[in-house]
Design a protein around this ligand. Structure first.
Ligand SMILES: Nc1ncnc2c1ncn2[C@@H]1O[C@H](COP(=O)(O)OP(=O)(O)OP(=O)(O)O)[C@@H](O)[C@H]1O
Ligand SMILES: [Mg+2]
Length: 149
């Protein structure tokens, strides 16, 4: 599932609720991470001092019942990032586990960012794209807020 749309529209709000529902069920796990955190964790294994390998980290990401990738498109979108994200999404796809993606980008930009093959895997078996096309909740949450819109 892809949750995409404007800033402050409640994508994380909803994704957190979903993750909590999954984790509260006996024997099920969920994880919500930004793409930056995923890339950083994988890069950390390239250090000679690292006790974990890249493959082990990818296996760990593939092993949780629900993985939510947040801030997709916020990074540079380098080829190395695309390869890493493909490895994670594909490992989960092969394990037949669902992956949720959160992004501010347009669908076509998400495809470009993740690459066709990764995006296509998200669509299988009734994959859904939800458009959060309303205003930011942050603006009217704080009644005292005097930030201009
Ligand atoms: N339906 C809602 N009910 C109550 N609070 C909400 C609702 N939707 C969003 N919020 C609140 O509005 C704020 C912004 O929501 P959230 O962080 O989920 O937005 P987002 O879509 O992930 O934004 P961004 O794209 O900037 O990351 C949070 O404080 C969140 O708790
Ligand atoms: Mg968010």
């Amino acid at each position: 599932m892809v949750l995409r749309g404007n800033v402050g529209t409640g994508k994380n709000h909803l994704a957190c609720a979903v993750a909590r529902q999954v984790s509260e069920q006996e024997g099920f796990s969920s994880l919500l991470l930004t793409v930056a955190e995923i890339i950083q964790r994988i890069r950390a294994t390239w250090d000679r001092q690292s006790t974990e390998t890249e493959a082990e980290i990818i296996e760990r990401f593939a092993g949780v019942d629900l993985l939510i990738l947040d801030e997709v498109g916020r990074q540079y979108g380098t080829e190395a990032e695309r390869i890493t994200l493909f490895q994670v999404i594909d490992a989960r796809y092969r394990a037949m586990r669902p992956t949720m993606v959160i992004s501010n980008l347009l669908p076509r930009e998400i495809t470009e960012y993740l690459g066709d093959a990764a995006y296509d895997r998200l669509r299988e078996n009734g994959g859904r794209l939800v458009n959060f096309d309303w205003f930011s909740h942050r603006a009217y949450k704080e009644e005292t807020s005097d930030y201009p819109a």
